[in-house]
Design a protein around this ligand. Structure first.
Ligand code: SF4
Ligand code: FES
Length: 249
């Protein structure tokens, strides 16, 4: 059996949790993780700053089938629409270690890694100034801002590293799934998979296990199963309604 890749700083979720990506249809969710809308909330300057929870959905049914083609009339669940919807379900993202091809910025107080192939266009990296510029600044506040911005990067493109310990800072948020809503651009977005839930294909290909992963649910990413930000270009809407009235992080 192939060795499972696990990104440094990721704690693999307990065995009951897993996501299987079917070849031409939904995501199958095992382990009953909490599933909620997560709204990207702006700060006073209008920049992406926190996530705030909205409506919750059951994952009691084991497995729970979540729509990944974007066309279900019963979102977030699959209703079989993928069979007649015009979309390309091909899983084009390779199984690879994200950090193998990441660029490293060694700043005076913090190290930042960046693999731009993994980006879900959530724009947390702009909140207090572009994270790449902040990493070059010799200032304790800039260091804190880099950690915050990188940790909120749902696609895992960015990681901030402690230069003393050589370890990444990773948020320890509870194992859960977030249906991302991005009101600032009037679009819904991918599924934020939090907390090291293994993701594999039906054929048994397992992607690198990471603490922060964004899965496509609009059906149009060109790097499936991962979200590549395409939803923003056509303002995809999941029609779930909901309001950001839950916990914030
Ligand atoms: S996914 Fe990460 S890198 Fe892409 S816009 Fe969001 S915070 Fe920035
Ligand atoms: S949900 Fe982001 S590209 Fe499909």
């Amino acid at each position: 059996m192939e060795k499972q890749l696990v990104q440094e700083g990721t704690t693999v979720a307990p065995q009951s949790y897993k996501i299987t990506v079917t070849a031409t249809g939904p995501y199958l969710i095992f382990g009953q993780p909490p599933l909620k809308q997560l709204f990207i909330m702006p700060d006073e300057r209008g920049n992406s700053w926190t996530y705030r929870a909205g409506k919750a959905f059951s994952t009691e049914h084991e497995p729970t089938a979540l729509c990944r083609c974007g066309a279900s009339k019963n979102k977030p669940y699959c209703d079989g629409a993928h069979a007649s919807h015009d979309w390309d379900p091909a899983l084009t993202a390779p199984v690879e270690a994200l950090l193998d091809e990441a660029e490293t910025i060694d700043g005076p107080r913090i190290t930042l890694t960046d693999n731009e192939k993994y980006c879900a266009f959530a724009r947390f990296c702009d909140a207090r100034g572009r994270v790449w510029n902040l990493a070059e600044v010799d200032d304790p506040q800039a260091r804190e801002d880099v950690i915050r911005e990188a940790n909120h990067c749902l696609a895992g493109r960015l990681s901030a590293w402690d230069q003393q310990t050589g370890k990444p800072f990773e948020p320890q948020w509870p194992i859960s799934l977030g249906l991302i809503e991005d009101p600032a651009i009037r679009s819904s977005a991918g599924i934020f998979v939090i907390g090291g839930i293994p993701i594999s294909t039906q054929e048994g290909k397992t992607y690198e296990v990471r603490n922060r992963v964004a899965l496509c649910r609009c059906g149009q990413s060109s790097r499936k199963p991962f979200c590549d930000g395409t939803h923003a270009s056509f303002k995809w809407k999941d029609g779930l309604g909901g309001t950001p009235n839950g916990e914030e992080f």
